[in-house]
Structure formats: structure tokens, C-alpha cells
Write a protein that binds this ligand. Structure first.
Ligand code: GCW
Length: 654
């Protein structure tokens, strides 16, 4: 629903503020940027809904009080109580007050009913971050936003930071309302123009940081490891070279002159052609630590990505397994990274496929700070033309226990998502993809949360006061959409099978004879990658027990990951009781039927949804259905032709 001008209000339409906006509120807080925001939000809501907000002063009849507390709730935590007709939010830090206010907004009228014993809310993960793969200058191959499916960049236009940052402000507000506190504003593949954001163009980054700060968000920058050479004119970027160390220290000092609360750097090094420490015979800990040392005096952090693998592999070489790469490169370095270096690990060992096991690196480096990276931008999950709500997938990752336990142990220090937002009027291209962004923020705050309950929140906030039919319809089209997508694409965890380059749509052998290390090895007898220790690449042994044992044998390996870990005959019987080949046929027919059903459900919601939003989704369902049929027919035909095994149910396969 458009709410202010032509900006889609996403999960903060003004009606979501009705409960707080119609109350008498009192804000006692400092005058830092987040406290100002709390006051301004309430003032704005009261103006719309007839309430009143005062600052400080002794207003005895306030129904909502937000105030600082001495207790140690941390920087971002808050406590909520309701007694004698007053709802009180207390926080030790100003950001806590901001999160507390948005919590009250989420509760709506419930926040003002009955009594409430003191509840304490604290984020489980300190860093809840979005990485934007945005280029300043439009890249000839990757466009402005690499793997972006929501238009151009929010931050950059016409070769520079946007002059009008209203949308960035609105974005910051949306992010604060779901708990995100860090944003990296440029692509991890750092091209020539973008490299300069670190030095002579830092003012543009500072302008963005100024707009995000009131929402409790720290700004981070992706930098090139070769910066001392490309920007500083040094002959080397060797991390152990004194001049290189000095260059980073000085450049970083200037960054902090421009942005006092700068969050730090994000680095993709020795990965897909980006420069890195290997060129100097140095380790990735050496590389990360030189940047960490430069950031340390100012409280900044370097996010060092673990996505390091050989992208020029010979497909004939069966000894190299890309899935092993991150673990093999990084586990020997455990304990060597500086305390303000965070190793940023993709959630799976390959690359954001619809189904992967959790990376064995997670849990294997107890003396290293770790952040888990997920992909909200739907590179491999339908590119925001398909509905694919990733909450359940992320929740599975976050609940995974490397030792097989069920304790709420700490998987990581931070959660990072590659953002799915651009300058599209609906923010995410597909309006329903907004649910991914919201769910990401809330799961980063509380990884143990039930993703379906988070989806409920998103639905209620986005459509305040909507009838149950709308909520039911949205659940019907979103709840199972990840599973639906999985059904009509690459089967049983084998991954890829996408069109090379842009990665949209099926191409079963698209990457089979390529240098990228992503193979399925289908032949006339069977399919899948043998990653067992006994007969395969040994990848399964990178896990601790019990997972190493579970994955090692096709008998115990979960069905959905079978072809990731094993090469099996088409007649292999799954735990489900079906053969692999029949599973492939059945799921592909089912997946398409599920898209047809979702499209029908969506059509039936036309009277309950803003017409422009409804039309955008309806149009995308047409494409999703076309594409799902294409996937079904290519995958089924390919495996029928390879295996010669007919479909038990005699359906049309080409
Ligand atoms: O998934 C791959 C993408 C690249 C991306 C890379 C990465 C930014 O296809 O576009 O580069 O991963 O994560 O670094």
C-alpha cells in the first residue's frame, strides 16, 4: 500500500502506528540520533492518530513511557513492563529504546492491555548486517547491482551517491524496525570507481552514514585488498610490509575523520579474481589482520569472507571438490585472526543453492569470530520473479548444531544477508520478497524464533487490520514456497543445473563441463557427487560427529541432501520409499501444480490488496509458472533420456 508519496511503506504503513499514535507518551532520553528518532516517530504517529508525546517533564498520566535504565540491558536490549495502565520501555542504550518502540508498534493494541510482567529483549547476535552488492558505476556485465533483481542501487546513481537520500532514510527505518544494525554499501567485487570510496570519495559514504545513523545503523564499506597499490601507489599490497600497514592505518584514520562510527571493512580476497594475500605467499589471517589492526583503535571490524575456492578448475579433475575449499583454507588458521576480524562464511559450502548442507566451517573454528552469510537476493532461488520465502531455510541453518546437540548454542557472532533491495518502487522487485528481508532481520535478532510466527508479524504489520482471509492467503502462498521452488528445480541437493552466467532458468548441463567446480555427474546409471570419505572426495569427514557419520552413508544421509553427498543409481530407494528417478518425476510435477495453486490463491486476494501491488505479483506469477514448467520439462526429459526409466504414472515427459 503506498503510504507516503510514491514510496511503498512495506511493513511500516502509517496504520501500523495507530495504537502508539493514539496514546499519551513520554520520552525520557538523551539527545543522540536514535533517541531523536524515537521522539520523532511518536510525534509523527500522534499527529496522525490524535495522541500526544512529551519529552522529559513529569507527565503523570502517560500511557507509554520510554526511558533510560541503569540496568545492564546492553547497547541494544530493552525491557517492557505494563502496570497500572502504563506501558514502560526501558533501555540502557538509545538504540534499545528504538527497538523497544518498534516492539510496541508490533504489539499494537496488545501493548496497552492488562498487565505485563517485565520482559527483557536482547538481540542474540551482535551484528545483523546487510551487504549490498551495489556498484557505483554500472558494470558492463553485472549491471549496477550484481545479482540484483530490484532495479538500480538505492545508494548510487549517475556515478555518485544520490543527492536525494529520502529512500535511504526510509530504508534505514524499515531496517531498524526489524532489528538490522549494519549495512555495507558497495559490492564485494570492488571495481575501479568503487575502490575510491575508501579515500577521496569517502564523503559520499559519509552522507549515506549520516542518514542511516538515526536508525541505529552503522555503515560498512567493501574494500579491495590491493588498495595500497591501486589507491596508494605502493609497489605491493603485501600485508606484512611496513609501508602497507602504514597505508591502511592512515587511510582508515581518514575514514574515521569522516564517519566517527564507521562499522568497518568487508573483504573478498583471493576469490573469483579479487586480489588477496596469496599473491605474496601470506595467509588469510595475515591479510585480515593488517586491516583489523588499522580499524582496531576506532572500534571497527573487518568482515573477511571465507568464499575462497578455485574457480578455474579442470572439470576432468575428480580430486578437487569445491565444497571442501573454505574448510581446507581456513580451519588451519583458527586462533590466528585478530579479535576484531570476523570470518564471514556462506551458510553452505557451495553457493546459496536452494538446498545445501550447513557449511562444515561453522563450528570448526572455536577461536575465530564468525558471521554466517545468507542470500536474500534470490540469485539461485527465482530472482524475485518466483515467490520463494527463505525463512524456513535460514531457520534450519540457524538451528543447526555442529555437534548434533539441540542446545541453543551460539552458531556465530553475526548474521549477514546479501540484500534484495534496489530502487524498485516495491523495494524488492517482487513485493512478496519483502517478507525475506523482514524475516532475515527478525531471525538475526532471535535465531530461535519460529519463522512462521515472524511471517505472521510481517503480514500483520504490512496489512494492518486486514481480514483473516488475507493473512490465510498470504500464508498459503508463502509458507511452502521454498519447498515448492526446490521441487521443480535441481533435485535432492545436487544444486546448480542453471543457465550459466545469469543463473536464471534450467540448464542441466550448463555447468557440467565448466571450470566452476559445480557438477552433478549424471550418466545412464545414476547421478550425484560422491563426497564420502570412503570412496569420494572426503568432504563428509569435514563434519564433526554425528554429522560426519550421518552424511557418510547413503543409508543415513537425509533424502534432501542425498545427491549432494552421494552418487547413486536411479533405482536407489529413498527413505520416503520412492526411487530417486520417481522422486525426480513426482516432485517436478508437484512443484508446478503448487505454483498453479498459489497463482489461483493470489488471484482470489485481488479485493484485499492494493491494486498496483496485486498486479505486480500476479504478473510475476505468470512468469514463475512459465519458468517452473520449463524446469519441470527439462529436468524430467533429461533424466528420462539418461536413465531410460519411464514414469510409473505415465505422465507426459518429452
Ligand atoms: O554467488 C556468487 C555470485 C557472484 C558473487 C559471488 C560472491 C559478488 O554469482 O556474483 O560475487 O558469489 O559471493 O562473492
Amino acid at each position: 500500500m503506498t503510504d507516503s508519496g510514491d514510496l511503498d511503506a512495506a511493513w511500516l504503513p502509517s496504520a501500523a502506528f495507530r495504537a502508539v499514535g493514539s496514546r499519551r507518551s513520554l520520552v525520557r532520553a538523551g539527545d543522540g540520533p536514535p533517541a531523536e528518532t524515537v521522539y520523532a516517530e511518536l510525534a509523527d504517529a500522534c499527529e496522525r492518530f490524535g495522541g500526544r508525546v512529551v519529552r522529559d517533564g513529569g507527565d503523570g498520566d502517560a500511557e507509554l513511557v520510554l526511558e533510560p535504565a541503569g540496568d545492564d540491558l546492553g547497547d541494544e536490549g530493552f525491557a517492557l513492563t505494563r502496570r497500572g495502565g502504563t506501558t514502560t520501555v526501558t533501555a540502557s542504550g538509545e538504540r534499545g529504546l528504538l527497538y523497544g518502540l518498534f516492539h510496541v508498534v508490533r504489539l499494537g493494541e496488545d501493548a496497552f492491555r492488562g498487565e505485563r510482567a517485565r520482559e527483557v529483549h536482547r538481540p542474540a547476535l551482535a551484528t545483523r548486517m546487510l551487504d549490498h552488492w551495489d556498484n557505483v558505476a554500472v558494470h558492463p556485465v553485472m549491471g549496477q547491482v550484481e545479482r540484483g533483481y530490484a532495479g538500480g542501487s538505492l545508494f548510487w546513481a549517475d556515478g555518485r551517491a544520490r543527492g536525494d537520500l529520502d529512500r535511504v532514510r526510509a530504508y534505514g527505518r524499515l531496517l531498524a524496525a526489524c532489528g538490522i544494525n549494519a549495512v555495507a554499501v558497495n559490492n564485494v567485487n570492488v571495481h575501479e570507481t568503487e575502490a575510491r570510496l575508501l579515500t577521496d570519495r569517502i564523503g559520499e559514504v559519509a552522507a549515506i552514514a549520516d542518514v542511516l545513523r538515526p536508525y541505529g545503523i552503522r555503515t560498512h564499506l567493501s574494500v579491495t585488498f590491493a588498495a595500497p597499490m591501486v589507491l596508494g601507489g605502493l609497489p605491493t599490497a603485501d600485508p606484512l610490509d611496513g609501508a602497507v600497514r602504514d597505508w591502511w592505518a592512515e587511510a582508515t584514520g581518514r575514514v574515521y575523520e569522516a564517519i566517527g562510527d564507521f562499522g568497518g571493512y568487508v573483504v573478498k580476497a583471493d576469490s573469483e579474481g579479487q586480489p588477496g594475500p596469496f599473491a605474496y605467499g601470506r595467509s588469510h589471517a595475515d591479510g585480515a589482520n593488517v586491516l583489523a589492526a588499522a580499524l582496531e583503535p576506532y572500534g571497527g571490524t573487518v568482515h573477511w569472507r571465507a568464499f575462497v575456492y578455485d574457480h578455474r578448475q579442470d572439470w576432468r579433475d575428480r580430486t578437487t571438490d569445491r565444497a571442501r575449499a573454505a574448510y581446507d583454507h581456513f580451519t588451519p588458521l583458527d586462533g590466528e585472526f585478530a579479535p576484531n576480524a570476523v570470518l564471514q562464511v556462506k551458510h553452505g559450502p557451495m553457493d546459496f543453492q536452494v538446498r545445501e548442507p550447513v557449511s562444515p566451517l561453522i563450528g570448526a573454528m572455536p577461536r575465530t569470530r564468525l558471521a554466517v552469510e545468507v542470500q536474500a537476493t534470490q540469485e539461485y532461488t527465482g530472482q524475485q520473479r518466483h515467490v520463494c520465502w527463505l525463512g524456513p531455510m535460514w531457520s534450519e541453518v540457524l538451528r543447526f548444531r555442529p555437534d548434533g546437540g539441540v542446545s541453543a548454542g551460539r552458531l556465530a557472532d553475526g548474521l549477514v544477508a546479501v540484500s534484495n533491495v534496489g530502487d524498485d518502487p516495491f523495494w524488492t522487485g517482487h513485493p512478496l520478497a519483502q517478507a525475506n528481508l523482514y524475516t532475515f532481520g527478525r531471525l538475526a535478532w532471535d535465531p530461535a524464533a519460529d519463522p512462521h510466527a515472524v511471517l505472521d508479524e510481517w503480514i500483520a504489520l504490512t496489512h494492518p487490520g486486514a481480514p483473516a482471509r488475507l493473512a490465510d492467503g498470504l500464508h498459503a502462498v508463502l509458507d511452502g514456497s521454498w519447498s515448492t521452488y526446490e521441487k521443480y528445480t535441481a533435485p535432492l541437493g545436487v544444486g546448480f543445473m542453471v543457465q550459466p552466467g545469469h543463473h536464471y532458468g534450467p540448464s542441466v548441463d550448463g555447468y557440467e563441463y565448466s571450470p566452476w567446480g559445480t557438477y552433478h555427474f549424471a550418466d545412464r546409471d545414476g547421478v550425484g557427487v560422491d563426497r564420502s570419505a570412503a570412496t569420494g572426495t572426503g568432504y563428509a569427514a569435514q563434519y564433526a560427529d554425528p554429522w560426519a557419520k550421518v552424511y557418510e552413508s547413503p543409508e543415513t544421509c537425509p533424502d534432501e541432501l542425498l545427491l549432494f553427498f552421494h552418487h547413486v543409481p536411479y533405482g536407489h530407494v529413498l527413505h520416503s520409499g520412492k526411487t530417486v528417478i520417481q522422486h525426480i518425476y513426482d516432485t517436478h510435477f508437484e512443484g508446478v501444480a503448487e505454483v498453479e495453486e498459489a497463482r489461483r490463491v493470489w488471484a482470489g486476494l485481488a479485493d484485499l490488496v492494493d491494486p498496483a501491488r496485486h498486479a505486480r505479483v500476479a504478473e510475476r506469477y505468470e512468469e514463475q509458472l512459465r519458468s517452473a514448467r520449463e524446469w519441470r520439462d527439462q529436468i524430467n526429459s533429461y533424466f528420462l533420456r539418461k536413465s531410460g526409466v519411464p514414469d510409473e504414472r505415465g505422465r507426459t515427459i518429452h
